[in-house]
Design a protein around this ligand. Structure first.
Ligand code: FAD
Length: 505
C-alpha cells in the first residue's frame, strides 16, 4: 500500500523496503505493531538481476507464516544448494523443503510486497530517510520531502550503503574487494556460449531471463536479451560501469564482445566483505545488507537478511508492547551477528576456491573430494541451506537453539503441522506428556499450550536422530527455546527470558 504522508507517528519505522525491510514489516504487522516503511524507489520494480533464489531455511520461514506456496508457485524447485565448486544435494535432509527454490529477486520482492500490503503496512515511497536523531523516548526521522516521522524504534534495512548505519556511527569493518564483476543485460549480434565459464582472467557467464531447470541443469530460453556476468581486470572502479567497460571486459575474457549493444541495465558487484560491529545502537537497529555485505557467491545475502528480520521482528514487537524488557533486544545481535560472520567466512572461502590460478586447482579438487563424503557434505549443506543454524541458548538437548522440525502432530482438534501453529508469529509450548504436566498459567496470555502426540522419529539436518523430548517451547521465529525432559525444570526461566515476566496472580 503506497500512501501519502498523513500520519507522522509509528511504533516502528523501517528504512528500506527491499526483502529484509518487507519481511520485518510483515513480522511486526502480524504482531499488531504500527509499522511503516520508507522507501526510495517509486515502486517495487527492480532493475537488474540480483539474488536468484531461496534457501531451504528461508522456505521454511515462509512456511511458518503460511506464505510459502506463493513462492513455490512461481519458482523452480531444484538442488541448488552449493559450495563454490559443487552442488550439494539436500534431498535426504529431514525437512519438507529439502531443496532450494530458483526465483529471481524481483519476484521475491513482489510476492513479499503483496503480503505486506494485505497486512496494511504503509509504505512511504519515492522518499529517502536523510537523517535521524534518537532520544530517551524515540527516534525522529527526517525524510527527503521535508516531512518527519517519529517512532519508538528505527530499523535500517537500507542496503549495503546504509545511511542508517553510517549516521548511527556504527563501524563496518572487514575486507576490501579483491575481485570485481560487471552484471548486465543487453542484446548481442552473435550468440554467446550460454552457461558459466572459467578462464585465466576469472569467471564469466551468459544466460537469459527465462530458463527451466531440467535434471539439475539450467536450460535457457532460445530468445530474449542476454544476461551477462564478467570479471573485470581491475578492482576499485569508482564510477558506474558503462557499455564500453563491459565490451572491454568481454574482449579480454572471450576475445570478442559478441556484438554487444542495446544495454537494458548494468551494475557491478565485488567480493568486499564487511559486517557491522554492532547491530544495535540504542533505538536503532540494522538488518540485511545494511548489517553485512559479501560476494553473492553461494546466494546467501537475501536469505540472511530475511532471517535477520524474522529474528528481530517478534522481539521488537514484545518490547514495543511492553511485555518484555528492553534487554531482549540485545539477543538480536548476540544471535544474528555470529550467523552473518559465518556467511562472510563461507563466501570468502568460496571466492578463494574460484580463483583462476592453476596452483589453486588441487585445492579445488581436494574440497570437491571432501564434499563427496557424507559427513562434510551434510555439514556444509546444513550451513549453506540455513538449516544448521544453532543459536547459543546454553547446553542441553540438541534441539535447544535449533529450528523446530515441522512435525505432523495429532492434537485433540485433529492432525496439525507444527508450522501451522506459527502462522500468527506467536510462540507455542508443545506438550507431548500428560495434559496437566505443565503449568504456564502466568504466561497464558502470551504463550498458547498445545497438547500433542507425535509418533515418528525426531531428526535434525546433519545431526541425525535425537531423543524425543517431552515438551518444547518454540519461539515465534521457529527456534526451540526450552526442551522438557519430563519435568518443568527451567521452563519458568525460559518463558521469562523470551516472553517476559509472569503475569501477577
Ligand atoms: C549486483 C548485485 C548482485 C547480487 N547478486 C546476488 C545473488 O546472486 N545472490 C544473492 O543471494 N544475493 C545477491 N545480491 C545480494 C542481494 O540482492 C541482497 O543481499 C538483498 O537484496 C538484501 O536485501 P536488503 O533488503 O537487506 O537490501 P536491499 O535489497 O539493498 O534493499 C535496500 C532498500 O533500501 C532502499 N533504500 C536505500 N537507502 C534508502 C534511504 N536512505 N531511504 C529510503 N530507502 C532507502 C533501497 O531503495 C532498497 O529498496 C546481489 C546484490 C547486488 C547489488
Amino acid at each position: 500500500m503506497s500512501v501519502l504522508l498523513t500520519k507522522q507517528e509509528h511504533e516502528v519505522v523501517i528504512a528500506g523496503g527491499g526483502p529484509t525491510g518487507l519481511m520485518l514489516a510483515g513480522e511486526l504487522a502480524l504482531a499488531g505493531i504500527d509499522v511503516a516503511i520508507v522507501e526510495r524507489r517509486p515502486n517495487q520494480e527492480l532493475a537488474g538481476s540480483r539474488a536468484g533464489g531461496l534457501s531451504s531455511r528461508t522456505l521454511e520461514v515462509f512456511d511458518q507464516r503460511g506464505i510459502v506456496d506463493r513462492f513455490l508457485a512461481e519458482g523452480q524447485i531444484a538442488q541448488v544448494t552449493g559450495f563454490a565448486v559443487t552442488r550439494l544435494d539436500i534431498s535426504d535432509f529431514p525437512t519438507r523443503h529439502n531443496y532450494g527454490l530458483a526465483l529471481r529477486q524481483k519476484h521475491i520482492e513482489r510476492i513479499l510486497t503483496g503480503w505486506v500490503s494485505e497486512l496494511e503496512v504503509p509504505i512511504y515511497r519515492s522518499r529517502e530517510l536523510t537523517s535521524f536523531a534518537q532520544d530517551d523516548t524515540g527516534v525522529t526521522v527526517e525524510l527527503s520531502d521535508g516531512a518527519s516521522l517519529r517512532a519508538s524504534y528505527l530499523v535500517g534495512c537500507d542496503g549495503g550503503r546504509s545511511l542508517v548505519r553510517k549516521a548511527a556511527g556504527i563501524e563496518f569493518p572487514g575486507w576490501d574487494a579483491t575481485t570485481s564483476s560487471i552484471l548486465a543485460e543487453a542484446e548481442m549480434t552473435e550468440e554467446p556460449p550460454l552457461g558459466v565459464h572459467r578462464t585465466a582472467l576469472g569467471t564469466h557467464a551468459f544466460g537469459r531471463e527465462k530458463y527451466e531447470i531440467r535434471d539439475g541443469k539450467i536450460i535457457f530460453a532460445k530468445e530474449g536479451p542476454i544476461g551477462i556476468m564478467v570479471t573485470e581486470k581491475n578492482v576499485g572502479a569508482t564510477t558506474e560501469p558503462t557499455l564500453s567497460d563491459l565490451s572491454e571486459a568481454l574482449v579480454a575474457a572471450c576475445g570478442t564482445d559478441y556484438g554487444i549493444h542495446h544495454l537494458t541495465w548494468i551494475s557491478r558487484f565485488t567480493d568486499m566483505s564487511r559486517q557491522a560491529a554492532a547491530y544495535r545502537k540504542g533505538r536503532v537497529f540494522l538488518a540485511g545488507d545494511a548489517a553485512h555485505m559479501h560476494s553473492p557467491v553461494g546466494g546467501q545475502g537475501l536469505n540472511t537478511g530475511v532471517q535477520d528480520a524474522v529474528n528481530l521482528g517478534w522481539k521488537l514487537a514484545q518490547v514495543v508492547k511492553g511485555t518484555s524488557p528492553e534487554g531482549l533486544l540485545d539477543t538480536y545481535h548476540l544471535e544474528r551477528h555470529p550467523v552473518a560472520a559465518r556467511v562472510l567466512r563461507t563466501t570468502m572461502a568460496q571466492v578463494a576456491l574460484q580463483r583462476t590460478d592453476d596452483r589453486t586447482e588441487p585445492l579445488r579438487e581436494i574440497v570437491l573430494e571432501l564434499l563427496g563424503m557424507e559427513e562434510p557434505r551434510k555439514r556444509i549443506a546444513a550451513e549453506m541451506s540455513g538449516l544448521g543454524i544453532n543459536y547459543d541458548l546454553g547446553a542441553g538437548h540438541p534441539l535447544l537453539g535449533r529450528r523446530m522440525p515441522d512435525l505432523d502432530l495429532v492434537t485433540v482438534d485433529g492432525p496439525l503441522r507444527v508450522f501451522t501453529l506459527l502462522h500468527g508469529a506467536r510462540p507455542v509450548l508443545l506438550n507431548f506428556g500428560k495434559p496437566g504436566d505443565l503449568d504456564i498459567a502466568a504466561w497464558g496470555d502470551r504463550v498458547p499450550l498445545v497438547h500433542a502426540r507425535y509418533a515418528g522419529t525426531w531428526e535434525l539436518p546433519a545431526l541425525g536422530p535425537v531423543a524425543a523430548p517431552a515438551a518444547v517451547l518454540i519461539r515465534p521465529d521457529g527456534y526451540v527455546a526450552w526442551v522438557g525432559e519430563g519435568t518443568q525444570q527451567g521452563l519458568a526461566e525460559a518463558l521469562t527470558i523470551w516472553f517476559g515476566p509472569p503475569a501477577a496472580a
